[in-house]
Ligand binder design. Structure first.
Ligand code: CTP
Ligand code: MG
Length: 236
């Protein structure tokens, strides 16, 4: 008899948050009564689908061991890497003894604390029978320009351009080998790009616009507002 498919979450959280310009990495800034990373991990854990969550943390990070969630029984800590893709690969390797090649992995940025469990379920249900996998994405409301040296050279066809969010969901074996094949390649800025470089065409699933990545200082107030709205929505 075949085993039921397992789902693992991988959370890259080893960045320094340079663009945030704060006195600690942005994943440890306060947000709605917790830190950013606690909000993110609680949203993943309450989706109630993951066998474990593997979190990549910088080896020089003094903040992580102080958080109760670091000792949660479903949370595994892996050493972070130089680039985001290195951190993801490290967190995948930490699951090696437990995960099978056909298991699904959902990679989600620590810096996206407003992910709703409903979006996790939407991604999983939409891609359950897909041979490759895919990502949450959003269409662009703005007109998009191709710019060279400060001048517009073309207007892009917006219907073909999407903004890549996370989670990004792929099979454990396929994702690990795509990342290994492209180690050190600066073109790998998300998991989908590693799969694309191997010749695959991942699917997109339209996500919620609240699922922002905290990047600059102004994003924190927006995330606090979204969390408040989303919690109200869930309590009705
Ligand atoms: N990340 C990681 N390992 C790295 C770099 C980034 O795990 N070597 C993680 C970040 O912690 C974050 C996610 O990847 O959760 C998305 O990256 P980004 O938003 O770029 O975060 P930072 O790299 O920390 O920010 P910045 O680029 O402004 O320095
Ligand atoms: Mg970065």
């Amino acid at each position: 008899m075949s085993q039921p498919t397992k789902y693992w979450a991988v959370v890259p959280a080893a960045g320094v948050g340079k663009r945030m310009n704060a006195n600690c990495p942005k994943q440890y800034l306060p947000l709605a009564g917790q830190t950013v990373i606690e909000q993110t991990l609680h949203n993943l854990l309450r989706a109630d689908v993951f066998t474990a969550v593997s979190v990549a943390i910088s080896v020089e990070d003094p903040y992580w061991p102080e958080l109760p969630v670091a000792r949660h029984q479903q949370v595994i800590t892996a050493p972070g890497g130089k680039e985001r893709a290195d951190s993801v690969l490290s967190a995948l390797k930490a699951l090696q003894a437990q995960a099978s090649d056909d298991d699904w992995v959902l990679v989600h940025d620590a810096a996206r604390p407003c992910l709703m469990p409903s979006d996790i379920h939407l991604l999983i249900n939409t891609l359950a029978n897909d041979p490759v996998g895919g990502i949450l994405a959003l269409s662009s409301h703005d007109t998009l320009k191709n710019v060279q040296e400060g001048s517009i050279v073309a207007t892009l066809d917006r219907s073909h351009v999407w903004r890549a969010l996370t989670p990004q969901m792929f099979r454990y074996g396929m994702l690990k080998s795509a990342l290994e094949a492209n180690e050190g390649n600066p073109a790998v800025t998300d998991e989908a790009s590693a799969l694309e470089l191997q010749g695959w065409q991942p699917k997109i699933v339209e996500g919620r616009p609240e699922n922002i990545k905290i990047t600059r200082p102004e994003d924190l107030a927006l995330a606090a507002f979204y969390l408040q709205q989303l919690n109200l929505e869930q309590s009705v």
